[in-house]
Design a protein around this ligand. Structure first.
Ligand code: PQQ
Length: 229
């Protein structure tokens, strides 16, 4: 099998990711249509926090796989984005403010004590995938961020319209992610295009992205099964 051209490779990644991305999940469809109850929104925020806590850990594993100081310097920014430079800053702290904004007890959210088993399995599978696969495939698995600026924009509009009881100021996490995700996915695709040059490697990168889509999907399956409409 001959290698795909860069354009064809990007097109395949986009095509395979787009059709499986979690914006098509019934839970997100209902969220955007304003059909979720307060309990369901709260359950999503509480459980998604576990995903947020795993992201800096998986990015630290990615860092540990690279021999290149320039790559590490630039990837390190992702950990800072989530953990902040000091207490109270960064994406995790913003998510905690979101938790307060939807009426949750922040200490309980931070304790992770009510995270559903299925959500844990899904998020832990992302960390495991990154741990087990070569660096280029680990980077490729982050390419779901191609599609996240769009879902963030839709989410902000939907929440402002349909869930006015949520404190709007606490949607800052989503607002900040729109640009960050664009920058992150550009960095990731540049790396993948430069380093996955043979067809086999390209197919394994596509497969890593598909698995990541399944992980995001499984997280929502777990939440919607426990908190049905
Ligand atoms: N994905 C990553 C990653 O794979 O490195 C990091 C993030 C995502 C985030 O920090 C996010 O907030 C995020 N949010 C969504 C979402 O709310 O729909 C999706 C994704 C994604 O597509 O992986 C991420």
């Amino acid at each position: 099998m001959s290698a795909l051209s860069k354009d064809d490779f990007v097109a395949r990644l986009r095509e395979e990711g787009e059709k499986r991305y979690h914006d098509h999940h019934p839970f997100h469809v209902r969220m955007h249509a304003g059909e979720l109850s307060r309990t369901q929104i709260q359950a999503w925020v509480l459980n998604r926090y576990y995903y947020q806590t795993r992201i800096p850990i998986k990015d630290a594993i990615i860092l540990s796989k690279s021999d290149d100081p320039a790559f590490r310097r630039s990837w390190m920014q992702r950990i800072v984005d989530h953990d902040g430079k000091s207490e109270g800053e960064g994406g995790l702290a913003q998510w905690q403010r979101l938790a307060a904004g939807v009426g949750l007890d922040v200490e309980e959210v931070k304790s992770l004590s009510r995270v559903l088993p299925g959500v844990r399995f899904a998020c832990d599978a992302y960390v495991q995938l990154v741990r087990e696969r070569p660096l280029v495939e680990a980077v490729a698995s982050s390419l779901t961020e191609f599609f996240s600026p769009d879902i963030m924009t839709r989410r902000i509009a939907a929440w402002e319209t349909h869930y006015p009881w949520v404190d709007g100021a606490t949607l800052a996490y989503f607002r900040g992610r729109v640009t960050r995700a664009r920058d992150d996915s550009r960095q990731a695709i540049d790396y993948v295009l430069a380093h996955a040059t043979g067809r086999e490697q390209q197919e394994r990168c596509i497969e890593a992205l598909i698995t990541k889509c399944h992980i995001l999907w499984a997280l929502l399956d777990a939440v919607s099964k426990e908190f049905p409409a």
